[in-house]
Design a protein around this ligand. Structure first.
Ligand code: PMP
Length: 433
């Protein structure tokens, strides 16, 4: 029963005053159809919407909520910080402590600059790389998403793939022309391109764990080749760890694969659910930033004390409670439960997973490692799976290309519930798709 001011009614109102009814496009459910849920509260692994319905949540606000929703200690840290002032526009102890933590955790990072989103982090890292090299052109990989700054909105992931547009309107052609797009998983092409264009390239940016167009797990050798070839031409290698940073472990994907970038960008987990982004690298590069150097970069709310407190507490809990090890085990448990269910399904389905990041990949054969290998029929299959799970109280992201996230709030019983719901849906979907 939809109440008068339930999600459907609120969405109708929202359509009047918010473009598409939302503040960020994938939330509008265009890829799967239906009405987005208006969430009124969330706790642990559960979301409650404005109709009073509850969902077991595997979206986790698209990645930040690694401890689950409204973790009591994070909320308490936020309360304490807010009571002491919500923004100073001046340095504070919390930003220093979070910076020290990042420097200690991530190989090759000596200094960090805080911003308020992942988009700002990648945008600023690209500017820094251009200044450091005196070059303008950059390389990104098809399917990788790095936020919505102009130069990176070229062949990006998720939302754009979902809407079937290769890039955004409003991005100047001259700007996009400075961005070259290469396919993932292709060392030969990479070598050939850098051999030709290397001396003109400022940066190569990659999600070392591409998680915005499905989960396109890369071979370590591909990342290593990227490291070697960029070093050869003096190109700044940027790992966009907005999703993978502080989720796969304290040292991110760089530690996981044993390949270190020149600059790394962060977001999501580092802010514990509040708006935080960051980028960091060697002092030699970072000292080019204003006020030390000529690269201008600033933010009214950068290093915000409340956001820093949320990030610090989140990372502290992960460290003290062996969070990353527990998430690994939880990921393995999810795999053990879902694998047999997916195997029995009559539609093609497999779980692609790294640690606590997972993707329901609805196609046959080897898991894809580049966008070209994604079966165009998968989104249609996903639509059924998404709605089937939703009607059974399990929330996955409203797009076939988005990954799911486990948090420390998920219990074994939750995984069991997910598996049972999926089994029911796949049995049902077999008759539909
Ligand atoms: N980089 C990656 C890898 C991301 O996944 C995202 C957002 N999903 C961004 C950058 C942009 O971050 P934000 O949405 O905070 O601007």
């Amino acid at each position: 029963m939809i109440r008068l001011e339930g999600s459907a009614a609120l969405f109708q109102r929202a359509l009047e005053v918010l473009p598409g009814g939302v503040s960020s496009p994938v939330r509008a459910f265009r890829a799967v159809g239906g009405t987005p849920r208006f969430v009124r509260r969330a706790s642990g692994a559960l979301l409650e919407d404005e109709d009073g319905c509850e969902w077991l949540d595997f979206v986790g606000s698209w990645g930040p909520l690694i401890l689950g929703h409204a973790h009591p200690e994070v909320v308490a840290a936020i309360h304490r910080a807010a009571a002491a002032g919500t923004s100073y526009g001046a340095p504070c102890r919390a930003e220093l402590e979070l910076a020290e933590l990042v420097v200690e955790a991530y190989a090759g990072i000596e200094q960090v600059r805080f911003v308020s989103s992942g988009t700002e982090a990648t945008m600023s890292a690209i500017r820094l790389a251009r200044a450091a090299t005196g070059r303008d052109e950059i390389v990104k990989f098809a399917g990788c998403y790095h936020g919505h700054t102009d130069s990176l909105l070229v062949a990006a992931g998720s939302g754009l793939a979902t809407f079937g547009t290769p890039s955004s309107a409003g991005v100047p052609v001259a700007q996009a022309a400075l961005t070259h797009v290469l396919p993932l998983d292709d060392e030969a092409l990479l070598r050939e391109f850098l051999g030709r264009r290397g001396p003109r390239l400022a940066a190569v940016i990659i999600e070392p764990v591409p998680a915005n167009h499905g989960l396109l797990l890369q071979r370590r050798s591909f990342l290593q080749t990227l490291r070697n070839e960029t070093a050869r031409f003096g190109i700044v290698l940027i790992f966009d760890e907005v999703i993978s940073g502080f989720r796969l472990g304290a040292g991110g994907a760089a530690e996981r694969f044993g390949v270190a970038p020149d600059l790394a960008t962060f977001g999501k987990v580092i802010g514990g659910g509040l708006p935080v982004g960051a980028f960091g690298g060697h002092r030699e590069l970072m000292k080019l930033l204003a006020p030390e150097g000529p690269v201008y970069q600033a933010g009214t709310l950068s290093g915000n004390p409340v956001a820093m407190a949320a990030g610090l507490k989140t990372l502290e809990i992960l460290r003290l409670e062996a969070g990353w090890e527990r998430l690994e085990r939880l990921g393995e448990a999810l795999q053990r439960r879902l694998d047999p269910v997916l195997k029995r399904a009559t539609l093609p389905a497999q779980l692609v997973r790294l640690g606590s990041i997972f993707w329901l990949c609805l196609q046959e054969g080897e898991p894809p490692r580049s966008t070209e290998r994604i079966d165009p029929a998968a989104p249609e299959r996903y639509r059924h799976v998404f709605h089937g799970l939703s009607s059974r109280g399990v929330a996955l992201a409203p797009s076939a290309y988005e990954v799911g996230f486990l948090s420390l709030a998920h219990q074994e019983a939750d995984l069991e519930r997910f598996a049972a719901a999926l089994e029911a849906v796949l049995t049902e979907a077999a008759t539909v798709v």
